[in-house]
Design a protein around this ligand. Structure first.
Ligand SMILES: [Fe+2]
Ligand SMILES: [Fe+2]
Length: 164
C-alpha cells in the first residue's frame, strides 16, 4: 500500500511523462516541417519512450491498488526557430523531470516508503542517460554550427536510432 499523498505524487508524475511525450511529438512535428526527418525520427522515438515511462507509473499505481488519474495536458511548445532551440528545450524538460523524480524520492524516504523508492531507482538511472544523450547532441550541434554538410550528417545519424 502507498499513502494517499504518494498516490497523488505518482499520478502527477504519470501525467508529467505523458506531457513530455506530447512535447517531444511537437518537436518532431517541427523537425518534419523543416525536412529534418532524422531528427523527427529521433524525437518520435523519444516520445514513445516517455509513453512507456508513463505506463510504468500506471502499472505501479495499479499494482499498489491505488487509483489512476489521467488529467488534461498543457499545450506543448510548437514553434521553434532552430534545431539548437529544440534540443535546448528538450534538455530543459529532462532536467525538470529529473527534479520531479528526485522530489518524489525525497518524499518516499520521508514516508519510509521503500517499495516506491526501489521503483523510482530505474527512473534515476534513466534520467542520467536522457540528459547525457541530449547534452551530447547539443555539443555536436555546437561544433557543426551552420555547416550544411554537418547538419546533413547529424540528421543521418539521428535517423539511425533504433526503436525498442
Ligand atoms: Fe520520462
Ligand atoms: Fe525523458
Amino acid at each position: 500500500m502507498i499513502s494517499k499523498k504518494m498516490e497523488e505524487r505518482l499520478n502527477q508524475q504519470l501525467n508529467a511523462e505523458l506531457g513530455a511525450a506530447h512535447s517531444y511529438l511537437a518537436m518532431a512535428a517541427y523537425c518534419d516541417s523543416i525536412d529534418m526527418y532524422g531528427c523527427a525520427h529521433w524525437l518520435k522515438a523519444q516520445a514513445k519512450e516517455e509513453l512507456e515511462h508513463a505506463m510504468k507509473f500506471y502499472h505501479y499505481i495499479e499494482e499498489q491498488d491505488a487509483t489512476i488519474k489521467i488529467t488534461a495536458l498543457p499545450e506543448p511548445k510548437c514553434t521553434y526557430s532552430s534545431l539548437q532551440e529544440v534540443f535546448e528545450t528538450s534538455l530543459k524538460q529532462e532536467k525538470h523531470v529529473t527534479a520531479l523524480i528526485n522530489a518524489i524520492v525525497d518524499f518516499a524516504i520521508s514516508e519510509k516508503d521503500h517499495a516506491t523508492q526501489v521503483f523510482l531507482e530505474w527512473f534515476i538511472t534513466e534520467q542520467v542517460e536522457e540528459e547525457s544523450s541530449i547534452i551530447d547532441l547539443l555539443h555536436k550541434l555546437k561544433l557543426l554550427k551552420d555547416s550544411g554538410e554537418g547538419l546533413f550528417l547529424f540528421n543521418e545519424e539521428l535517423a539511425k536510432r533504433k526503436e525498442d
